[in-house]
Design a protein around this ligand. Structure first.
Ligand code: COA
Ligand code: AMP
Length: 638
């Protein structure tokens, strides 16, 4: 039966130009497009070719001009510093145009890159908007990454200026950012011209004369800068995400299509109106932070929330309920892991009773698979629709969701409901044929992707083609496996590559293997993602030592754990590793990571027909029992 969702979905695939051309009316354009969709350079489609716009103008100035100047644009709530403040659209315009002026004074012009390495403070969002105001390109790096990861991104993006802060605060710990930034710049071949440093009271940074400027002084001296028109197809940002090697992929997003898609999503996926408060409890360093802390709520004329705290421990498992009640939040978007953390501390949601959640309408979960237990707990306690939705850094917004602004479907826990309009989702088998309903295969999206999806990878068109477009011609490969059931509900079960999701943070086990392999005592290694009740998945390492190593196994393990922390960062949460004599392999030498993961998770598995020596699996199992995994294999099916 047709409903507004079905009508929108069908139209978006049958007539994408008509569908998105209509949606584009919600954006301010200096010049409208010559063509809604240009498919002349497949697989690189371009949206709104010939149009000119500015993302910062649409996120701020347009609302000020329309009379929203006094409305809250950003609510900052930081339990870790005991600070709360509100920034109106008027104030945001002033602050962002001054910061843009400070960047312009350092020579930043359209097309230049500016890198941000910032904690969750409003200045992080203001920094992104200031860069966009100048038509420059920002690249935000998550604070939990180590200096060498930061250096890789500096080298790739080649920023003219870096915006940073003296420290971040993780629970009760103050993490000094400046020494990490200095080390990254030292490691990097490319050197930025300047650093603008936000000095926070918890840890003052030493500034390097001639290179580093104090944020407030730079702002005070700056002349406000106006918005610079850019092409709709010009890059707005580069966001690095884990790929299948240690070299991260720089996902590039445009200005025009991105705005059209995000505004559409605020209306029809999230059902949020201008003036309402929308909170994405993520970090500006992730795609969720880009799309739904910074851009979408502001583009929609809503109020966004910058929360510097955790779901638990700042100070307790009632933190999210306090936020929702105090700031009259209409919808919350977070990762399932945050809810698992709350549920673990307060299983009966006792703390919820202390707060009035009268304004709260819906909970959105993404970043990893939502387990049915967590969904059911949230539904029972919050008594609002709970929407599991599926997306990726590359897609920029949801591929599958329960689009509350179109039609609310009954949920099936474990499924992110239906493909979102614009996304021609299909399930293909190994011979690239469509799978029948209920059968698992590769989840792909038929091209063209809707507006807002990645343009390409920064300076790496061919890698983009190889990663996403070659395997299934005419389609985008999501690298997720799953199915669509008889009712059209999508299910996303696992990645088909080496990506794991740790507490909603995307990491590459291949990247971790590169770090382990660089240890002088390690001959061979493997890293797999194992199930974890809180974080969804955790990395687990196996190392084989070189002949003649005299150090104890414990010492080597300590060193490799420290090495991953140093090279990738604490966010990798790499804490468990075991020394084994041999790794299980196929006769052609491929490490059987999938089988190892199944043993660790106590799942049944099929003995791989090509295994070189089945006895190695017993050794692996023994070593896993020693580190607390695998209670002993239940049944190995031939
Ligand atoms: N700067 C510096 N270090 C950071 C950091 C940052 N921005 N973010 C995380 N870290 C560090 C943490 O302090 C921790 O370090 P440790 O090993 O010294 O304890 C490590 O990275 C792992 O962090 P995390 O995975 O977040 O674990 P946690 O134990 O601190 O918290 C949760 C667990 C579930 C409470 C937390 O992961 C959470 O709130 N998740 C919400 C999910 C989310 O925001 N996902 C983003 C995508 S939607
Ligand atoms: P990221 O690029 O960090 O957003 O991670 C994207 C990956 O996270 C996807 O490819 C999925 O593997 C996983 N993911 C995100 N959201 C969901 C979801 N709702 N259900 C299942 N997996 C998800």
């Amino acid at each position: 039966m047709s409903n507004p969702y079905q009508q929108a979905y069908d139209k978006s695939l049958k007539d994408p130009e008509g569908f998105w051309g209509e949606a584009a009316k919600d954006v301010h354009w200096y010049k409208t497009w010559d063509k809604v969709l240009d498919g002349s350079n497949k697989p690189f489609y371009r949206w709104f070719v010939g149009a000119e716009t500015n993302t910062c103008y649409n996120a701020i100035d347009r609302h000020v001009a329309a009379g929203r100047g006094q409305q809250a644009a950003i609510i900052y709530d930081s339990p870790v510093t005991n600070t709360k403040s509100t920034i109106t659209y008027d104030q945001l315009k002033d602050r962002v145009s001054r910061l843009a002026g400070a960047l312009a004074a350092l020579g930043v012009v359209k097309g230049d890159r500016v890198l941000l390495y910032m904690p969750m403070v409003p200045e992080a969002v203001e920094g992104m908007l200031a860069v966009a105001r100048l038509g420059a390109i920002h690249s935000v790096v998550f604070g939990g990454f180590a200096p060498s990861e930061l250096a890789t991104r500096i080298n790739d993006a080649k920023p003219k200026v870096i915006l940073s802060a003296s420290c971040g605060i993780e629970g009760s710990r103050v993490i000094a950012y400046k020494p990490m930034l200095d080390q990254a710049i030292e490691l990097s071949e490319h050197k930025p011209g300047n650093v603008i440093m936000l000095q926070r009271a918890q840890a003052k940074a030493e500034l390097i004369a001639g290179r580093d400027l104090d944020w407030n002084e730079a702002m005070a001296a700056a002349k406000p800068a106006e918005c610079v028109p850019v092409k709709a197809t010009d890059p707005l940002y580069i966001l690095y995400t884990s790929g299948t090697t240690g070299q991260p992929k720089g996902v590039v997003r445009d200005n025009g299509g991105h705005m059209v898609a995000l505004i559409w999503s605020m209306k029809y996926v999230y059902n949020i109106k201008p003036g309402e408060v929308f909170w994405a409890a993520s970090d500006v360093g992730w795609v969720v932070g880009h799309s739904y802390i910074c851009y979408a709520p502001l583009l929609n004329g809503s109020t966004t929330v910058v929360y510097e705290g955790k779901p638990v421990g700042t100070p307790d498992a009632g933190a999210f309920w306090r936020m929702i009640s105090e700031h009259k939040i209409a919808s919350l978007f977070t990762a399932p892991t945050a809810f698992r953390a709350i549920k673990r501390e307060d299983p009966n949601a006792e703390l919820l009773k202390n707060y009035d959640l009268g304004n709260f309408r819906a909970l959105f979960l993404a970043g990893e698979r939502s387990d049915p237990d967590t969904i059911n707990w949230a539904v029972t306690n919050l008594k609002v629709p709970v929407v599991d939705h599926w997306w990726q850094t590359e897609t920029g917004w949801a591929i599958a969701a329960n689009c509350l602004g179109l039609h609310e479907f009954p949920i099936k826990p474990g499924s992110p409901t239906k493909p979102v309009p614009g996304w021609g989702l299909e399930v293909l088998d190994e011979s690239h044929q469509p799978c029948e309903a209920g059968k698992t295969g590769s989840l792909v999206v038929r091209l063209p992707l809707p507006p807002g999806a990645l343009l390409t990878l920064w300076n790496a068109d061919q890698r983009c083609i190889d990663s996403y477009y070659s395997e299934f011609p005419g389609c985008y490969k999501t690298a997720d496996a799953g199915m669509i059931d008889e009712d059209g509900y999508a299910y996303v079960m696992s990645r088909t590559d080496d990506i794991i999701n740790v507490a909603g943070h995307r990491l590459s086990t291949g990247g971790m293997e590169e770090v382990l392999a660089s240890h002088p005592d390690v001959a061979e290694c493997a890293v797999i993602g194992v199930a974890d009740q809180l974080k969804g998945q955790l990395p687990l390492g196996f190392v084989c030592l070189k002949a003649g190593v005299t150090k104890s196994d414990e010492q080597v393990i300590k060193e490799v754990v420290q090495l991953v922390r140093e090279k990738i960062g604490p966010v990798a949460a790499f804490k468990t590793c075991t020394v084994v004599k041999r790794l299980p392999k196929t006769r052609s030498g491929k490490i059987l990571r999938g089988t190892m993961q199944k043993i660790a998770d106590n799942q049944d598995f099929k003995m791989p027909a090509t295994i070189d020596d089945p006895a190695i699996l017993d050794e692996i199992e023994e070593s896993l029992v020693l580190v607390g995994y695998s209670k002993g294999r239940t049944e190995a099916v031939e």
